[in-house]
Write a protein that binds this ligand. Structure first.
Ligand SMILES: Cc1cc2nc3c(=O)[nH]c(=O)nc-3n(C[C@H](O)[C@H](O)[C@H](O)COP(=O)(O)OP(=O)(O)OC[C@H]3O[C@@H](n4cnc5c(N)ncnc54)[C@H](O)[C@@H]3O)c2cc1C
Length: 400
């Protein structure tokens, strides 16, 4: 008992000493937010990462989405590198993996992997803390103070109440364009189909499992993704949105109901946990300086910050222009991850884990340039950004 009490006291004294001003504040600790924070911190900026949940990784961990989609173009050419590649490797560091990285090319396999979500979460936290990034969990971003298009401070709510953090730049990696939407910047809500991917300890016999789910010790996934869609990916018979509290609530409860129905009909199905966030592919995206769309496949952009293949089939390569990360009005706020400015097939491809890391790295790097040169994010030197990204392992100009 003594030991228990002593431990409790020791633990409770480990409070985080959080400053009230940062160079860069990242909203959201999903893959995009983690990559953005790393990119900015590695250029010696003070970085605060705010996360409303209690783990890092977002959909890619607590959301039970545990397939790191390919970094290649389907023809054996690697098209994504940098922090995205680093995080792919990190995702497998502390637990099993079913992919084969070392000989993927020789084997004709795509450069992708499956991983264990909780292990990836812990690995991300270890990495970010070791690199000197301040993480504030269980903290909700609720708004910002904006003057003349410049975000001076962000406002948060947590157990200690309401706080205000000053900043030089903000990266919206909330997955839902929270910062832009709350600043009354125009955003676009997206139609989704119902989805619930779920860990179970045994008995998964869903379509997903037949395709080969992660083969962790005693762990597999059951998935009801897209159950309400018609053959065409974008035709949704029962649309779900993710931009209001009511819509998200309906999405979550309908998913739970569908999972419970499955549980009742499959005696040997044993769920291990439920996803900790709504598995909405896209809730809301920014209206960027450019919207990447289907017509941009194979196109070259002078301001590309990297590019991506198509996870569904070989080819259809998209370069991603810097302008999809920024809007017209906000001068020190960038977007990263699944809420960047992309539509149709281009969004279907760029909303995934490797691309979230890619846009995160680009947003973090661009924020640093803007801060160091006292420039608006719309005015930074794109050549300098591209040189920085290239030096840091990003693969540029994949369509030249
Ligand atoms: C059903 C489904 C299947 C998918 N399948 C795959 C797949 O097989 N492979 C693949 O690569 N991708 C897949 N994806 C896409 C991929 O998982 C996500 O798009 C990607 O992980 C998004 O990363 P992100 O960092 O942009 O956003 P998120 O993972 O959503 O992270 C955003 C983070 O911000 C936090 N946050 C939000 N609002 C606030 C706030 N106000 N204050 C503080 N924190 C906040 C959230 O808690 C979260 O941690 C799938 C997605 C879904 C829904």
């Amino acid at each position: 008992m003594d030991d228990v009490e002593r431990n409790a006291i020791e633990i409770s004294t480990q409070t985080i000493d959080i400053p009230t001003a940062y160079d860069v504040i990242v909203i959201g600790g999903g893959v995009a937010g983690c990559a953005a924070a790393l990119a900015a911190r590695r250029k010696n900026k003070n970085v605060l990462l705010l996360e409303k949940l209690t783990v890092l990784g977002g959909l890619a961990t607590t959301g039970h989405i545990v397939i790191y989609l390919p970094l290649d173009d389907g023809y054996g050419r690697q098209v994504i590198g940098g922090i995205s590649e680093e995080l792919l490797k990190l995702s497998m560091r502390y637990a099993y993996y079913a992919g084969d990285i070392s000989s993927w090319k020789e084997q004709g396999k795509r450069y992708e992997c499956k991983y264990n979500g909780p292990a990836f979460s812990l690995a991300l936290e270890e990495l970010l803390i070791n690199e000197g990034i301040d993480i504030l969990y269980d903290t909700l971003f609720v708004g910002s103070e904006i003057e003349d298009g410049i975000c001076k401070a962000v406002i948060t709510e947590n157990k200690s109440g309401r706080s205000r953090f000053q900043c030089s730049a903000v990266i919206d990696a909330s997955g839902d364009a929270e910062v832009f939407a709350r600043a009354n910047e125009p955003c676009i809500a997206a139609k989704n189909s119902l989805a619930i991917w779920n860990y179970c300890t045994q008995g998964a016999d869903s379509q997903y499992q037949k395709r080969g789910g992660p083969d962790g010790p005693g762990l597999s996934l059951v998935s009801f993704g897209r159950i309400d869609t018609q053959a065409s990916k974008h035709t949704v018979t029962v649309p779900y949105y993710g931009d209001t509290a009511e819509a998200i609530n309906r999405f979550i409860i309908d998913g739970h109901v569908r999972l419970l129905e499955y549980l009742k009909g499959h005696e040997n199905f044993v769920p291990a946990s439920l996803p900790g966030m709504a598995q909405i592919r896209m809730a809301r995206r920014i209206v960027g300086r450019y919207e990447l769309s289907d017509k941009d496949a194979q196109k070259h952009f002078e301001d590309n910050i990297g590019g991506t293949g198509d996870w569904r089939k070989p080819g259809s390569v998209y370069e991603i222009p810097y302008r999809v990360l920024i809007t017209k009005n906000l001068k020190n706020v960038l977007c990263a991850g699944r809420c960047i400015s992309a539509s149709g097939e281009a969004w279907e491809i760029t909303r995934c884990i490797p691309q979230a890391a890619l846009t995160g790295q680009a947003a973090g790097s661009a924020a640093v340039i803007a801060i160091e040169q006292s420039l608006a994010v719309q005015d930074i030197d794109i050549l300098q950004l591209r040189e920085t990204l290239k030096r840091d392992g990003m693969i540029l100009d994949i369509n030249t």
